[in-house]
Design a protein around this ligand. Structure first.
Ligand code: SF4
Length: 214
């Protein structure tokens, strides 16, 4: 199967999934959406009220704010992938339980493997904990970290910024830096895939350049 077919297959499985009790209360599962060629995946926590109604990610107030943030970053919604670590709405928007996160994890893993993004932007603490366990969002938000063969940037969840005015400016600032970080990620990944250059002769030797990712 090609990446598009894998994403479509995952979406079909998610729509009828009964792996955890959240399927009892869902109206529509929310597999996530975006092209298989996306360079960036935005991964939030779980569907809320409007997402459960429509089967689409980030369509409520937090989604409108995310659209605004993407615009500030010079990104179009249709060129990035947007989804969640949990595909069905927890009742009353409660936090997902560890067993629900575990049951749902395989779907996201398959989506990430199919898309193979350069950058994963985590939105909120459950998504951050998956890729950067033990990290504190207040300490690392907006910073780019290498995780395996890609980069991860932890951001505050847009909903948190809507409920806490002091976070809004921080989130906007972090998103505004995304284009610059994407360029750094592209350059670094390109460098990592190039064959090693021949050893320099003594005349050619120069101090190695440091690429700051943070
Ligand atoms: Fe299946 Fe995930 Fe929905 Fe649970 S949350 S029923 S594991 S798709």
């Amino acid at each position: 199967m090609n990446p598009e077919e894998i994403l479509a297959q995952v979406a079909r499985e998610v729509a009828v999934c009964t792996r955890c009790p959240l399927h009892h209360s869902r109206k529509k599962a929310v597999p996530g959406e975006g092209p298989a060629s996306a360079e960036i995946m935005f991964i939030g926590e779980a569907p809320g009220f409007y997402e459960n109604e429509q089967g689409r990610p980030f369509v409520g107030a937090a989604g409108q704010f995310l659209d605004e943030l993407l615009q500030r970053a010079g990104l179009k919604r249709e060129e990035v992938w947007i989804g969640n670590v949990i595909k069905c709405r927890p009742p009353g928007n409660r936090d997902p339980l560890p067993e629900e996160l575990e049951a749902c994890n395989e779907y996201l893993e398959r989506q990430i493997a199919a898309i193979n993004p350069k950058i994963i932007v985590t939105l909120g603490r459950f998504s951050m904990a998956k890729f950067l366990p033990g990290a504190k969002i207040s300490a690392i938000h907006g910073q780019m970290r290498r995780v395996g063969n890609r980069f991860v940037i932890a951001m505050y969840h847009p909903a948190a910024a809507l409920h806490q005015a002091s976070l809004k400016a921080t989130v906007i600032e972090d998103f505004t830096r995304l284009p610059q970080l994407l360029q750094q990620a592209r350059a670094e990944l390109m460098r990592l895939t190039l064959p090693p250059s021949p050893a320099p002769t003594p005349d050619e030797h120069e101090e190695p350049k440091q690429l700051s990712l943070f």
